[in-house]
Design a protein around this ligand. Structure first.
Ligand code: C5P
Length: 318
């Protein structure tokens, strides 16, 4: 009896992120300059790639997420990631992508970027690891501003349009609750609103961004209280002006004792820093009981970026 490995399957798990600091600068060539501190948290999407006749996407996941709004064609960043990597390698992307989704869709937590990072890593492994990590990072930056951080994970300073990543020292584990909204927010729409606020004098552009010394010290010391006080997001007011109900979610989290309450990225997910894991659950339950969030989640950070979790060849008998 001959046993050959006819099919190979690679599964990669990639984390969501929150921006502990998001300072937005001037618009240059379609993108805003940023100084951001990214923090990967333990809410994961899992992407499994396997050989197929042509590129196909299958989506499963948390039924409370708006899974039906995720595009299943080339509008999906994960499909673009597979196509771009295949083009670099001069091959056809003949693969089946199965995305198992737990990161809020269009929620400001880089869910689409996590899927793209997972696909880059999984396809690279499936196709024999032709690119090294520096080459994967360069390809990730072409796909989107948050994709490089999704590969790296942990806690990191992001500059440029977010894609220039430098790891940041942290101590211990931080606990988070997240309040989600039923309808996503478009990232470009929130940046456009930011520009309108600047033009109207509602927001003063502070650029170069002020140093984040308090935030970095709080991370290095593992001081959750100081970290809560140092959280800042320049996109929060523009997002709240587009979705006034976000203010109620932020206020409710504070009422439940959050050490810090902040819009995650371009929203609409709101992130609440808790004292410990039990407190995070209490905040999440409070958000649900108050009826301000359509769903809530708890997680901790920092966690690593995209990682292969299984590489299980399926034996076929001939
Ligand atoms: O890079 P990504 O595809 O994630 O960005 C989506 C959109 O968000 C951009 O087309 C741009 O409108 C806005 N954006 C921005 N400045 C950034 C990152 C994103 O204006 N640094």
């Amino acid at each position: 009896m001959n046993v050959r490995y006819a099919t190979r399957t690679v599964t990669v798990r990639a984390p969501a992120k929150v921006n502990l600091q998001l300072r937005v600068g001037p618009l240059r060539a379609g993108y805003h300059e940023l100084v951001s501190v990214f923090h990967a948290v333990s809410l994961f999407d899992e992407v499994t790639v396997s050989p197929a006749e042509d590129l196909r996407i299958e989506l499963t996941g948390d039924p409370s997420l708006a899974l039906e709004s995720v595009p299943l064609g080339m509008g999906n960043l994960a499909a673009k990631a597979a196509t771009e990597l295949a083009a670099v390698l001069g091959i056809e992307p003949r693969i089946h992508l199965h995305i198992d989704k737990y990161i809020p869709v269009a929620g400001g937590m880089a869910g689409g970027s996590a899927d793209a990072a997972a696909v880059l890593l999984a396809c690279n492994r499936l196709w024999g690891d032709p690119l090294d990590s520096a080459e994967l990072l360069r390809l990730a930056a072409k796909l989107g501003s948050d994709v490089p951080f999704s590969l790296v994970g942990g806690t990191a300073l992001g500059e440029g349009r977010g894609e220039v990543i430098t790891p940041v020292e942290t101590q211990g584990r931080f606990h988070w609750a997240f309040g989600c909204s039923p309808e996503g927010l478009s990232t470009p729409a929130v940046y456009d609103q930011f520009d309108r606020h600047v033009e109207a004098g509602r927001h003063e552009l502070a650029w170069p961004a002020p140093a984040a010394d308090d935030l970095l010290a709080a991370l290095a010391e593992g001081d959750a209280e100081a970290l809560g006080a140092a959280l800042v997001n320049d996109l929060e007011q523009p997002a709240v002006s587009l979705r006034p109900e976000l203010e109620r979610i932020l206020t409710t989290g504070r009422e439940y004792g959050a050490l810090g309450a902040i819009l995650s990225g371009s929203g609409p997910t709101c992130a609440f820093l808790a004292r410990n894991a039990g407190h995070a659950v209490a905040i999440a339950e409070g958000l649900m009981a108050s009826g301000v969030s359509s769903s809530a989640a708890c997680a901790h950070g920092p966690v690593p970026g995209a990682r292969v979790v299984t590489k299980r060849p399926q034996a076929a008998h001939f």
